[in-house]
Design a protein around this ligand. Structure first.
Ligand SMILES: [Zn+2]
Length: 273
């Protein structure tokens, strides 16, 4: 990724840039195919790889970026494949963002080959991230599933929880998917009540992050504790309590997820009060 370091990635759906070699985000199954710490050329991907089947995901400098699903779930000879999470550490945050977009569009493309209403094979639409049914005109767009994350503050303490599926002992902010018909604020109030049994107010936006596992948009907030005893639901949340900002438990690793940025920013601000 070094040859165009410092140039911004711009999302687009039609190839526009000229002059640069294409940047190909090729996936073998769910994993990104790389050579060393760089993206492979089309030639290196082998005879079966063709840009005709690729999805344009944007531009970086003078290069057009493509997402491409390889037929073989194994990396071609001489190349290796890495999981999306590893892309962040091995190729950097910008490559992770581009690979995330690529993975989400490929997942959507693969899962919408047939019309959900009438079963007819769908077709890609030029210049639009959409698949259309030629029989009934139904359009299918990439799915994005919004989810909230919330860090609850009580004085100099923050509420952190350990998820049942997480076996590393790590604590994080609460999170949950937005249900149909809910505002983000309603999701926060419901998730907090369901997962730990407390009520909150003063909900404030912190930031957001595309989270491609498989197609979420994580929207992070802070909120102020109002009332209730912290009671983990025992289903999703195994353990939850308020921690003093000077006695925090094991936290999410810095970098990859917005959870780390949310917790570090808020606790630093509380310490400085
Ligand atoms: Zn149809």
């Amino acid at each position: 990724m070094n040859e165009t370091a410092g140039e911004e990635f711009a999302v687009s759906i039609e190839p526009r840039a000229t002059g640069g070699a294409p940047l190909i985000f090729a996936f073998a199954g769910k994993d990104l195919v790389v050579t060393g710490d760089a993206l492979p050329s089309l030639a290196a991907l082998g005879a079966s790889a063709s840009l005709d089947e690729a999805i344009c995901i944007g531009e970086r400098g003078r290069s057009t970026c493509y997402a491409l699903a390889l037929r073989d779930p194994q990396a071609p000879p001489g190349l290796r494949s890495i999981g999306l999470r590893a892309v962040f550490g091995e190729l950097g945050p910008e490559a992770f963002a581009m690979a995330s977009r690529a993975a989400q569009l490929l997942t959507w493309d693969r899962e919408h080959r047939f019309c959900g209403a009438c079963g007819t094979p769908t077709e890609r639409v030029a210049g639009e991230p959409a698949r259309i049914c030629p029989a009934c005109d139904l359009h299918a767009y990439p799915r994005i599933s919004p989810a909230i994350m919330v860090l609850i503050v009580r004085g100099r303490e923050v509420l952190l929880a350990r998820n049942k599926r997480n076996t590393t002992g790590m604590f994080s902010a609460l999170a949950g998917f937005v249900e149909a018909g809910e505002t983000l604020e309603e999701t926060i109030v419901r998730e907090v009540r369901e997962e730990v049994g407390v009520s909150v107010n003063d909900i404030r936006y912190f930031g957001s992050q595309s989270w491609p596992f498989p197609h979420s948009l994580m929207i992070a907030f802070t909120a102020t504790y109002v009332s209730g005893d912290v009671t983990p639901d025992g289903i999703e949340i195994e353990e939850a309590r308020f921690f003093d900002v000077d006695a925090l438990p094991q936290l999410p690793p810095a970098g990859l997820s917005i959870a780390s940025r949310l917790i570090n920013t808020v606790t630093a601000e509380l310490r400085s009060r």
